[in-house]
Design a protein around this ligand. Sequence first.
Ligand SMILES: Cc1cc2nc3c(=O)[nH]c(=O)nc-3n(C[C@H](O)[C@H](O)[C@H](O)COP(=O)(O)O)c2cc1C
Length: 298
Amino acid sequence: MDRSRQQPRPGALCRFFCLHLHGLAGAFCVLVFGVGWLWTLLFVGLSALGVRDLRQNRHAVLRNYPVIGHMRFLLEYIRPEIRQYFLEGDNEAAPFSRAQRSLVYARAKGDSDKRPFGTQLDVSADGYEWINHSMAPSRIESQDFRITIGQTGNGCSQPYCASVFNISAMSFGALSANAILALNQGAKTGGFAHDTGEGSISAHHRTHGGDLIWEIGSGYFGCRDEAGQFNAEKFAANARDPQVKMIEIKLSQGAKPGHGGVLPGPKVTAEIAQARGVPQGVDCVSPAAHSAFSTPLQ
Ligand SMILES: Cc1cc2nc3c(=O)[nH]c(=O)nc-3n(C[C@H](O)[C@H](O)[C@H](O)COP(=O)(O)O)c2cc1C
C-alpha cells in the first residue's frame, strides 16, 4: 500500500497544530507565571488525544478532524433520544408511533386515554381507511365473532370454534416462562387460542389451561425421536391433550429461508429440553426442511 496516502491531510495537521499551540502557551504560563495549570492540563490532555487521533487509521473522521471529530460520535450516540424527544412527530415511527405508545402507557396506568378535539391523523390521506356508520344499523346476535374450524360431516370429530383474535406462534425459548404464562392466561381469560410456536408445549403453557394451537415445525419438537425424526407415538400423546385444540404444521422456515433456526446450547435449559424432547445444553436446531415429507402434498 502507498504509505504516503496514510499521512494526515495538511488541513488536519494545521487544526491540530493550533490546538497544540494552546497547550504550549498554557505550559509557558505555568512555568513563567505559575498560573493556569488547570487549563494547561486540559490542553495537554487534548493534545495527547489529538496525537492519538492522528496516528490511528480506523476512523477517517478523527484523522481529518483530530479531537473535534469526537463530537460526531457523541452526537451519533444521542441521536435516537434527540429524534425521539424533539424531532419525531406524534404519528411517525414504526412499528408504533409515540401517540400509540402514549395510549398504551395511559391505559396501563389506568389514566384517561381520551383526547378531545378530534383526531390528529390525516384522514384524507391516500390509503387511510375507515368504516362508516350505517344509516340503518342492524342488531347483531353476538359481538364474540368466531369461526368454526373443522366440520363434523367431513370426518372431524372435534371442530374448534376459534376466535378471530388469537396469539401468534412464539416458542417457549424465544419467549420466557413468564411471557408464556401471561399469554396463556390472556388466552384463557379472553377465550381465544394461544399458538405454541415451534418450541412445543411446556409446563407453562398448561398452568392456566388456555386453548392451545400446537405448532409442529421441521424440528418435530414434542414429537421427535432421539435422531430428530417424527415420532408418531409422541405426536399422539400430545395431540390427545384436551387443551390442544388445533395442530399447525409449519412447512418451512419463513424467517430464516434456506438456513433454519437454532437455539444456542447455553439457552437450552432443562425446562426447554423437556418441552422439546432434546438434550439439555446442546444447540437445538430447526432444520431448513422437513425430514418426514418433501412436498406439502405428500
Ligand atoms: C419472539 C418470537 C418468536 C417467534 N416464534 C415463532 C415460531 O416458533 N413459529 C412461527 O411460526 N413463528 C414465530 N414467530 C413469528 C410470529 O408468529 C409472527 O408471525 C411474526 O412475529 C409476525 O407477526 P407480527 O407482525 O404481529 O409480529 C415468532 C415471532 C417472535 C417475535
